[in-house]
Design a protein around this ligand. Structure first.
Ligand code: ADP
Ligand code: ZN
Length: 805
């Protein structure tokens, strides 16, 4: 049956275009175009790109209004039916434009490519396409202009018959590099006969023939052959002449810079807890059932070992594995471990790659050349088809949620994909998010626990230093006596240490220097944000405000200070105190350049520095055996976050960073400097007591009606003028108030914590809901109206935001 119409999501991001438009397929594209391909279509007076999401036999558009697809950009779908379906459901769920999601699923170079082609739209769209064909042993490039869809079909037919080769994704012809390769003969009779005829002194040729006999029919690049067996070009050429091997070209895929690849790193015998976790996961994999697991295990308990062994088992059944890690900062070491186990079967996808590398890794995955994909957030859309297991390491990390549109959460997308494929998904963490932990409590996720450090190492001793006392004695230093002594001892013993500058948070909250008191608003119990211009403190959830106190309401002290930054000062101070110490600094400024983070970590790993000093980045998955001291200079900044997650983030950070110390033989120590030594986030971190923290924090969330007891939706509004956005936000607030049911709580509108960004002013409304989707109808209507209004207001609806900016 002919499929004459295509449903297309056009590249015009509006709420209206979230639904597909129907286009007619010209006769020569029928049977050619499939869902998941990109096409060019007329839209208004322009030509735009679009994604085919379905084919139909009926048109819902009157014949005279129906337009035709102009041309196809792809010969094969670039998106699988799974990803096409995911884009529809995700767009609905996160209030995003479907086209933006579809674009996010592809490497950038595909996007850039079609834009270039659109520039040529008046000319022939296919002018830049080259096809190459083989005549016997010879290769020639042919440049074809005036390329019609009909010719495509003929060419494809010829390619199928082996007459010529065309790149499957023609749009990327320019990005693909070729490399000389040789296909070894598979004719053993012929080869053995040749071996019999060799002269005794033809050692090189005998060497080559032996190699070919052992690897019959395989293709190797020239480089590989030379690395493996050191064949000279002359020997290879002689072999070609004799018909032992054939010269050919293969697509050269750039390998992301980094570590050498060696397969077969040592496997550990799993301990009983690891074994139980492994068995549970593998059980679900073999039963082919969707099952999320929360793998809760203290740092160093061997979670990664469980991931890797479960992955290996799944690979054995011929299925593929998706392995998500929180951010690029974590990838170098994790990546090394995965690559060491799975070698060339691994692809890497993260934003630190060059566009070319990204495209190549994506392509290797899409072609089915790899079985394991490791990557950060966006890798959740990896084009793996035969998925058997998904792993989300450090599932609590906020970097899984994209900070701008489309604001998807990779952890949730991972769950969706696991359900689609009927497979297990492991969410792993030492400090699970409260959401995930409470789901495990309810049995929605299966709870797996690793309670001991795998290698037998002990958890480090944690000392809390009260900075109120330290500052009283030595007001001008960020380094307490205790921390200074411990640093000096390490320098003397030539051991390494990690120092954390907790920079998360804003410079804009106040704290009492004498008692650590942070003013909180009476309604939401959140740290209030400082507004110097009006000399007020504001709650950015409900809008409550009060003047900056002159005297601390808790202890009567006059020493109320503004907090947050000052980290640069701390760095300089470190250099002053320990002039001989070799320091490597890691933060966003020093790691902006591609590969610089990996390099810095590598240098530290090789002992080229004594101190690794950095922001949150140093807290995460890094594993340096020689680190025996971890110091947290300022535990309080994240407590001052105007966000109900503040305590959770602080606990997570401190636990993670403490986990960096003494991972191996050498015993570790941790020093946490804080103005709030009694705060439960800090004391539970000191005791390595997740359970205790979880209970107390859950009670607080319950009382405050926060997640996981309620779902949240943030409605973020911005405009270039402050009073303009204030007015419009108030309007939106009234519009919502009239519609929300009794059991939904509406807070705001109020300015956001970062109230001004890039010359736009931000306001927000926060909804708390018992039923996640209760307001979806209204919220979609709201987004729709805001977009049509054309009054300069930008409105985003963010479901379950993980941080408030
Ligand atoms: P996590 O991911 O929970 O932080 P890892 O998997 O990195 O823990 O394990 C911590 C250390 O213990 C690593 O050096 C790892 O090689 C080692 N390890 C893991 N499992 C075992 C085991 N069963 N026996 C011995 N050592 C192990
Ligand atoms: Zn409030």
């Amino acid at each position: 049956m002919a499929t004459r119409y295509a449903q297309i999501i056009v590249d015009v991001p509006t709420m209206q275009t979230n639904r597909p438009y129907t286009y007619a397929l010209p006769a020569d594209l029928q049977g050619q175009v499939q869902p998941g391909m990109r096409v060019i279509v007329p839209f208004g007076h322009r030509q735009v790109m679009g994604f085919v999401v379905a084919l139909t036999d009926k048109s819902d558009v009157a014949a005279e209004e129906l337009k035709e697809v102009t041309t196809s950009l792809d010969l094969e779908p670039v998106l699988s039916p799974e990803l096409v379906q995911l884009s529809a459901e995700l767009a609905e769920d996160i209030f995003a434009f479907r086209i933006t999601i579809l674009q996010s699923m592809l490497p950038n170079s595909l996007k850039a490519d079609y834009q270039q082609r659109l520039k040529l739209e008046k000319a022939d769209l296919s002018d830049d396409i080259r096809v190459e064909y083989l005549e016997g042993q010879q290769e020639r490039d042919v440049k074809l202009s005036k390329f019609t869809p009909k010719q495509w079909r003929q060419l494809k037919q010829l390619a199928a018959e082996g007459w010529l080769s065309i790149e499957p994704i023609i749009a990327n012809r320019g990005r693909i590099k070729k490399q000389r390769a040789y296909q070894l003969s598979a004719d053993s009779e012929f080869l053995e006969e040749a071996a019999g005829q060799l002269r005794a002194n033809a050692k090189q040729q005998k060497h080559l023939l032996d190699f070919i006999l052992e690897n019959q029919g395989q293709t190797f690049t020239k480089k590989e052959l030379q690395e493996m067996a050191d064949f000279s070009t002359a020997t290879l050429q002689a072999g070609v002449k004799k018909g032992w091997l054939q010269a050919t070209d293969v697509e050269l895929l750039r390998r992301p810079a980094g570590t050498a690849i060696e397969s077969g790193q040592q496997w550990h015998q799993l301990n009983p807890e690891q074994e139980a976790a492994y068995e549970a996961v593998i059980g679900a994999a073999h039963a082919q059932t969707y099952q999320p697991f929360l793998l809760e295990g203290i740092t160093g308990s061997g979670k990664t070992e469980v991931y890797l062994q479960a992955a290996a088992e799944v690979l054995k059944s011929g299925k593929t594995v998706l392995f998500l890690v929180p951010e690029i900062a974590l990838t170098p070491q994790m990546l090394e471990r995965v690559r060491a186990r799975f070698g060339n079967k691994t692809a890497v996808l993260h934003s630190g790659l060059s566009e070319g590398e990204r495209y190549d890794e994506w392509r290797r995955t899409e072609r089915g050349d790899v079985q394991v994909v490791v990557g950060a957030r966006s890798a959740v859309f990896a084009p793996l088809t035969n998925l058997g297991l998904i792993i989300v390491d450090e599932e609590h990390e906020t970097s899984y949620q994209q900070a701008d549109n489309p604001r998807y959460n990779a952890r949730d997308v991972a769950l969706w994909r696991a359900a689609y494929h009927d497979i297990p998904v492991i969410l792993g963490s030492a400090t699970p998010s409260l959401e995930s932990r409470s789901r495990a409590q309810k049995g929605v996720y299966q709870h797996l626990m690793l309670t001991k450090r795998a290698g037998g190492a002990e958890l480090p001793k944690v000392e809390i230093v009260d900075m109120k006392e330290s500052m009283a004695d030595q007001p001008d230093t960020n380094f307490s006596t205790s921390l200074r002594n411990k640093i000096q001892a390490r320098l003397d013993r030539k051991e390494q240490m990690v120092l954390l500058l907790n920079r998360r948070g804003y410079s804009s909250f106040v704290m009492c220097r004498d008692c650590g008191f942070v003013p909180r608003d009476p309604n939401c119990n959140l740290a209030m944000t400082l507004h110097m211009d009006t000399h007020t403190l504001k709650c950015h959830y409900c809008g409550y405000q009060e003047p900056i106190p002159q005297i601390c309401p808790a202890c009567g002290s006059k020493r109320i200070r503004y907090y947050g930054t000052g980290t640069q000062k701390a760095e300089a101070e470190l250099m002053d105190l320990f002039p001989s110490a070799r320091v490597i600094r890691i933060d966003q400024d020093t790691t902006r350049k591609k590969g610089s983070l990996a390099k810095a970590l590598q240098r530290f790993g090789q002992g080229e520095a004594d101190i690794l000093l950095g922001t949150q980045m140093v807290a995460k998955g890094l594993d340096f055996p020689d680190v025996t001291l971890v110091g947290v200079l300022n535990a309080d900044t994240s407590l001052g976050l105007p966000d109900f997650h503040a305590a959770e983030r602080t606990f997570q950070l401190l636990t993670q960073v403490a986990g960096r110390a003494g991972r191996h033989e050498a015993k570790g120590e941790v020093v946490i400097q804080t103005f709030n030594p009694e705060h439960y986030a800090i004391t539970y971190a000191q005791k390595h007591d997740y359970e205790g923290f979880y209970r107390q924090e859950m009670a607080i969330r319950h009382a405050g009606q926060y997640p996981p007891y309620f779902y949240t939706v943030q409605i973020q509004m911005s405009a270039p003028e402050e009073n303009q956005v204030a007015l419009q936000a108030a309007q939106v607030g009234r519009w919502l108030k009239k519609r929300i049911p009794n059991n939904v709580i509406q807070l705001g509108p109020s300015p956001q914590p970062i109230a001004k960004l890039k010359n736009r002013y931000y306001f927000q409304i926060l909804l708390k809901l018992k039923d996640d989707h209760e307001m979806d109808g209204f919220l979609h209507e709201l987004a729709d109206r805001a977009q049509k209004a054309k009054n300069g207001l930008q409105l985003n609806v963010i479901r379950n935001p993980l941080s408030f900016m």
